[in-house]
Design a protein around this ligand. Structure first.
Ligand code: GRF
Length: 205
């Protein structure tokens, strides 16, 4: 399944997806990396792997989100993309794009959704005193950090954790669950049933 990864920054999740897809048996082929931020570090990393890259800068489009998304859509179509993985992509997608790519856009969020939607998830987890935190890969819906959950990974919150130490522990889990989630979806093993996703796989960590 020809897959595009959308990034805005360093692309560490992009890196783990690219590594997983190096295995010829992996059901997704990373065919394109698109950044909305010119010069995003992840673009250079993708090029090192010989992966096509594109920049669709959202700034020239101003408030016209749909025009930006049409430009994004043109890039994806030009590369025959079938599946989109958001990885540190910091733009909200409107119903226009989400409906055009229904059930074909994945996202990773650094929290155990539905807890802690939005930003600053590690600070908020610490402020709330939760003992378990983690990351979620989900299908993207028109609501931010919402949509049917595919895979989650949990980590303990340890005494003395800072947003940095907790975030680093969560990021390690992100780099494990995203390749797994993409494998399940690209391999046709994820069935959306209403708001849940049946995947014949159970967490092995
Ligand atoms: C990660 O915390 C990820 O969960 C969120 O963006 C952050 C940066 O991701 N989506 P990456 O290192 O750019 O993949």
């Amino acid at each position: 399944t020809k897959t595009a990864i959308l990034i805005s920054g360093r692309g560490s999740n992009m890196g783990s997806l690219i590594s997983a897809a190096l295995n010829p048996a992996y059901p997704a082929e990373i065919a394109l990396v698109v950044s909305n931020v010119p010069g995003a570090a992840g673009l250079a990393r993708a090029s090192e792997f010989g992966i096509a890259t594109a920049v669709v800068d959202h700034k020239p489009f101003g408030a016209d989100r749909e025009a930006f998304e049409k430009a994004l859509d043109r890039q994806l179509k030009a590369h025959g993309i079938e599946l989109v993985a958001l990885a540190g992509f910091m733009r909200l997608l409107t119903p226009f794009f989400v409906n055009a790519w229904a059930n074909r856009v994945l996202n990773i969020h650094p929290a155990l959704l539905p807890a802690f939607k939005g930003l600053g998830t590690h600070e908020r987890a610490l402020a709330e005193g939760v003992k378990l935190h983690g990351a979620t890969v989900h299908f993207v819906s028109a609501e931010m950090d919402d949509g049917p959950i595919i895979v989650q990974g949990a980590v303990p919150v340890l005494d003395g954790d800072t947003p940095e130490t907790l975030g680093a522990r969560v990021l390690k889990v992100e780099h494990r669950i995203y390749p797994k989630a993409l494998e399940l979806v690209a391999g046709g093993q994820a069935r959306i049933k209403g708001s849940s996703v049946a995947v014949n796989w159970t967490a092995d960590f």
